[in-house]
Design a binder for this molecule. Structure first.
Ligand code: GSH
Length: 198
């Protein structure tokens, strides 16, 4: 199985999933920011992540992760129990829409757009929107992870997006900060992070 990657990108979520599932894989680092790239992602728009597994090729982070969960079913990580699965799916949907949208737009302004072309108005708008959605987040005090006491696929998407928010300088409550630290201290995250940075 080959995963096309780039440091500090969403390909980390796929590698993290693979590490959680204990599946071996190869990575191919794409020349994402190079004007004359020697390695190009086969993704229809040249993006990462992209996965090739035999005759199956998949683009879109969530679609790749769900394929992996279904190919390598592991009871608690992506439960087959309808009630538990619906909770994981709700958090995945929330992470990729309400939560990620303002944070990703803020990150693009702060990291990818040169300072002279940056819009202060947009930065302030996306910062406020990010803060609003993060402040609305309610963590169940009795639970270690977002859906309960099992670390699931939803925790990968939630904690990675919250980490982006933290990197953008958004103030995070101690509970959310602890949650990010718990997730990113896992051996699976550290391994995935190492491989995604190569
Ligand atoms: N919706 C896609 C987004 C993928 C995406 O935008 N990836 C970024 C890196 S995190 C990328 O490849 N950017 C390069 C580009 O847009 O050319 C997914 O979730 O996989």
């Amino acid at each position: 199985m080959k995963i096309y990657t780039f440091p500090k990108s969403r390909s980390l979520r796929v590698l993290w999933t693979l590490e959680e599932l204990g599946v071996s894989y190869d990575t191919i680092k794409v020349d994402l920011l190079n004007d004359s790239p020697s390695v190009i992602s086969p993704h229809s728009r040249g993006k990462v992540p992209f996965m090739v597994d035999g005759d199956i090729s998949i683009e879109e982070t969530l679609s790749i992760c769900l394929y992996l969960c279904e190919k390598y079913p592991e009871k608690s990580f992506y439960s087959s129990d309808l009630k538990e699965k619906s909770s994981i799916n709700s958090w995945l949907s929330f992470a990729l829409t309400d939560l990620e949208s303002p944070i990703w737009n803020l990150l693009k302004q702060l990291v990818f757009i040169p300072e002279e072309k940056r819009s202060l108005e947009l930065v302030n708008y996306f910062r406020k929107e990010s803060e609003k959605v993060i402040n609305q987040l309610k963590f169940d005090k009795g639970h270690e992870w977002i859906t309960g006491n099992n670390f699931t696929l939803a925790d990968i998407f939630m904690s990675h997006t919250l980490l982006w928010a933290k990197l953008c300088g958004i103030s995070i409550s101690p509970a959310i900060n602890d949650y990010i630290n718990r997730a990113t201290n896992r051996a699976s995250y550290l391994k995935a992070q190492e491989k995604n940075s190569q």
